[in-house]
Design a protein around this ligand. Sequence first.
Ligand code: LMR
Length: 334
Amino acid sequence: MKLTSLWCSLLLASVVSGAAFAQAPIVIKFSHVVANDTPKGKAAERFKELAEKNTKGRVKVELYPNSTLYKDKEELEALQLGAVQMLAPSLAKFGPLGVKEFEVFDLPYIFPFKDTLHQVTEGPIGKALLKKLEPKGITGLAFWDNGFKIMSANKPLRTPADFKGLKMRIQSSKVLDAEMRALGANPQVLAFSEVYQALQTGVVDGTENPPSNMYTQKMHEVQKHVTVSNHGYLGYAVIVNKKFWDSLPADIRTELESAMKNATIYANAIADQENGRALDAIRKAGKTTIYELTPAEKNEWRKALLPVQTEMEGRIGKDLIASIRKLSASSGEK
Ligand code: LMR
């Protein structure tokens, strides 16, 4: 071998081994629509930290919060196309994918407390729900809590009569549509990123969300009244592109599953506290009157909203609703 070709071979060998040594990390783009300083935002940060640590840098998680990469509807399409690998959409956003059963979480008063909710999300019902995503090219990894919703508008919302004729922003869920109609309001589906401006300009009159979302999007600055109604729940499913997930080396997947398990424990541990903090912050900001319902008013809300559970049986499945009601009854909740 001539000296020059020997040099060439040596050079090539060193480039190849160098490239193998500095193998590019697997990138997980994780897009979501809320601020970092929320239960979901913080849990996503915790997942990133644990995933990168557990895999010793073989995985890099890129977070895109606050709809910086995609808005609600786009993000689900992007996940299916593989433009992003991970999302945590609210459970109210799976209907348009054709998985209507997820809207069970939106039913008014279906989870009076978090005990039953966790029996669902951590048990066989939750598992079966996530399984329904697979034919859509999606793998469901976990459920993350946010919390119970409050209602807001520029007028006091004490009884269902106060909702008459109000344009209320909702997520893309038929159950939430039925909920607002049951209150006499006109529901309007809007992407989360558009809510602040829609409230500010009067495109809609009011909305519902847990306090952490209202506060971090500054909705309270353009809403004079908030009612702590806790009439329904908002939480998330953490999902990945199935093809991407299945193609990961098994050891990496195991580490990521463990990171997700820990991030989920963290998410569910901080959610109530974050929402309590946000409600206090709304109160302190002094722009919004916060109203707690009297027992009699609570009864009026329940009377108006409970029929939505029966009305939606055809869409969601009578058996699914019945099995959740049974769990509530057995844990002493009504
Ligand atoms: C909403 O659109 O109101 C929520 O789903 C936002 C979120 O992800 O918490």
